[in-house]
Design a protein around this ligand. Structure first.
Ligand code: HEM
Length: 226
């Protein structure tokens, strides 16, 4: 085993190492969500603008950029989930039978994080099958010719749209807490800046989620794109 491999193993095996992995991969997703939302909001600019954007994304760097982004996102997702599940297990095993109120509070909020996180994970799997792999043959056909129409037809399905809205609400709760936690883990937070970062985290989460929710709601309930 080389020194680098040994250091990486020691980092991964430590609790702080895993927390840093969770924080960094979480921040990668936070940045991705802003870009993904801006791109998706082009659905309201119109069919041509959205399709041009989809075409540009798929052909950037001769098609290499989207694959590079997919590898980074998938790698981040796997590391984020494996590290959080492992930290949660270790916390449970170490929890004393008697605990102070703030310990109970912290474990309650981490329990909420693990459940909202697992729902977001289920959502991401569903979402990739829905719009990237396109298991529905009608969406697969549209995805090649007209991605804008694919999004419209996809959200005309009430079950899919309602699932998206529920998942976005849980994503909001996950992001609101995760945002300031990530800064805290990376030591970029002090008792002075904590309230501001918490506020920014909550505002960011609400904006991201309202932005995403506006798409299925406009299509399903207001007939956008008909
Ligand atoms: C209304 C909400 C959303 C819409 C309309 C939407 C739309 C899309 C579309 C059309 C694609 C396929 C891109 C392509 O390959 O052509 C996609 C991919 C993806 N989306 Fe979303 N998205 C939404 C919300 C989200 C959220 C909340 C997340 C994360 C929690 C997310 C994560 C992803 C990921 C990881 C991919 C795979 C990237 C790829 O390989 O193509 N999306 N989304």
């Amino acid at each position: 085993m080389t020194t680098l491999t040994r250091s990486l193993c020691a980092f991964w095996n430590s609790s702080i190492g895993k927390k840093i992995v969770v924080a960094v991969t979480g921040l990668i997703f936070i940045a991705f969500l802003a870009g993904h939302l801006i791109g998706n909001l082009l659905v309201f600019v119109g069919q041509e603008a959205f399709n041009e954007y989809a075409h540009w994304l798929h052909h950037l760097g001769h098609g290499g950029a989207i694959w590079a982004a997919r590898i980074v996102l998938l790698g981040s997702l796997v590391l984020h989930v494996v590290a959080t599940v492992s930290l949660t297990r270790a916390n449970r095993a170490a929890r004393p039978s008697y605990a102070k109120e703030d310990t109970i509070q912290a474990s309650r909020s981490s329990r909420v994080m693990i459940w909202s996180g697992l729902t977001v994970l289920a959502f991401i799997i569903f979402h990739i099958l829905h719009y990237t792999v396109r298991v529905d043959s009608q969406l697969a056909e549209l995805g090649k010719e007209d991605p804008w129409k694919m999004v419209i037809v996809g959200f005309q399905n009430p079950a899919a749209s309602i699932f998206y809205v529920i998942a976005m609400v849980l994503l909001c709760s996950h992001l609101a807490h995760g945002f300031s936690s990530a800064f805290q883990t990376l030591g970029l937070n002090s008792s002075k800046t904590r309230p501001t970062l918490q506020l920014i985290g909550k505002a960011y989460a609400v904006l991201i989620c309202l932005g995403f929710i506006s798409i299925p709601i406009s299509i399903l309930f207001f007939g956008y794109g008909n």
